[in-house]
Design a protein around this ligand. Structure first.
Ligand code: FES
Ligand code: FE2
Length: 340
């Protein structure tokens, strides 16, 4: 296969940052929101699985968050079971310690003179912290994070929760980028207050952000409830409902599971945080379980060809087109990198 110079440079660049993935999982290049930064403690590492990889997050001596592979290079124990000492990550098995660049700084059984070979280093992944979120960089991407308009800058006045769904990433996005399910899927929250007709409605994609906006009204009535959602590719959602701002941060755990951090922020002084807490509780107890049950009822895997989409679904189709493009280039790069 002929690869031009500039594209082989791009391949090398992508290879440098690409997480090595299992099997045929091809996640589009992008910045994936993987954790609330407040979830990473000072002394305790945080283990999580994203994009099919087991990861460990910890804070170095300056408090900066490091994202690394969770497998201890010594004998494979999960570093999520270790602890953080003086900004170094210590394995819970034999106490080997790793610095923020992944270098093995100490192997206590070998004494202080031990010179650790390079192979005993952790793989450190590209990451950034912004808007109260840890972002994992995957593939050949610049530094610009996918931030939709209106996303609150931090966690002030907000309450955050995390959910894991047994559903593939595209299907989880399909469930979120959807205004017309509210009057039915969330009937127990909204009752008969919301009309079912979505009109007017528009879905646009610009600069990797899909915006859906429309009015849910009762048939025959001209007024209704206006709603707008913005989703920055691949998985950052921003929307405003009844004066409360909702941020959603979605990332694949693996091909079959999706993690979703969601956060409500209220601008109301003093009671704002209580209102945000109530909104999160409503999500956790009423809204998301209904969404999840309906998504799970659609069956395993995700094959959009089995669906018959209508104009109100257009926002998701715009996202899906972008996702498939990203998947295709990711799988093309992988087949160039690993010729068989
Ligand atoms: S397995 Fe981590 S130090 Fe031995
Ligand atoms: Fe929903």
């Amino acid at each position: 296969m002929h690869v031009s110079n500039s594209s082989s440079r791009a391949v090398r660049r992508a290879e440098k940052y690409r997480l090595r993935l299992a099997g045929d999982e091809h996640y589009p290049d992008g910045w994936y929101p993987i954790a609330a930064s407040s979830a990473v403690a000072r002394k305790k590492p945080l283990g999580l699985r994203r994009l099919g990889r087991d990861l460990v997050l910890f804070r170095d001596a300056s408090g900066a968050i490091v994202v690394a592979g969770a497998r201890c290079p010594h004998r494979g124990a999960s570093l999520a079971l270790g602890r953080v000492r003086n900004g170094q990550l210590e394995c819970g098995y034999h106490g080997f310690r790793f610095g923020s660049d992944g270098t093995c700084e100490a192997a206590p059984c070998e004494g202080p003179a031990f010179a650790a070979p390079k192979r005993l280093s952790l793989q450190v992944y590209r990451s950034q912290v912004s808007h109260g979120i840890v972002w994992l960089g995957h593939g050949a991407i610049g530094d610009t994070l996918p931030i939709p308009a209106g996303l609150p800058a931090g966690e002030r006045g907000s309450v955050t929760a995390e959910l894991h769904w047994n559903t593939p990433f595209p299907r989880a996005i399909e469930g979120q980028l959807d205004l017309h399910h509210f009057p039915f899927a969330h009937r127990r929250v909204f009752g008969p207050t919301i009309g079912a007709r979505l009109d007017p409605f528009e879905a646009v994609a610009k600069d990797d952000i899909v915006t859906i906006r429309g009015t849910l009204r009762k048939e025959g009535k001209s007024k209704g409830i206006e709603a707008e959602l913005n989703l920055a590719f691949p998985g950052t959602l921003s929307g405003t409902f009844g004066g409360m701002h909702l941020s959603g941060f979605l990332a694949p755990i693996d091909a079959e599971h999706t993690a979703m951090i969601f956060r409500y922020t209220s601008g109301v002084p003093i009671f704002g945080k209580i209102l945000a807490w109530l909104a999160v509780q409503t999500e956790l107890r009423l809204v998301q379980p209904d969404d999840e049950a309906l998504l799970l009822s659609t069956g395993a895997g995700f094959d959009p060809k089995q669906n018959v989409y209508v104009p109100a679904d257009q926002g998701f189709l715009l996202w899906l087109r972008r996702y498939h493009q990203g998947q295709k280039s990711a799988s093309a790069l992988q087949s160039i990198q690993t010729p068989r």
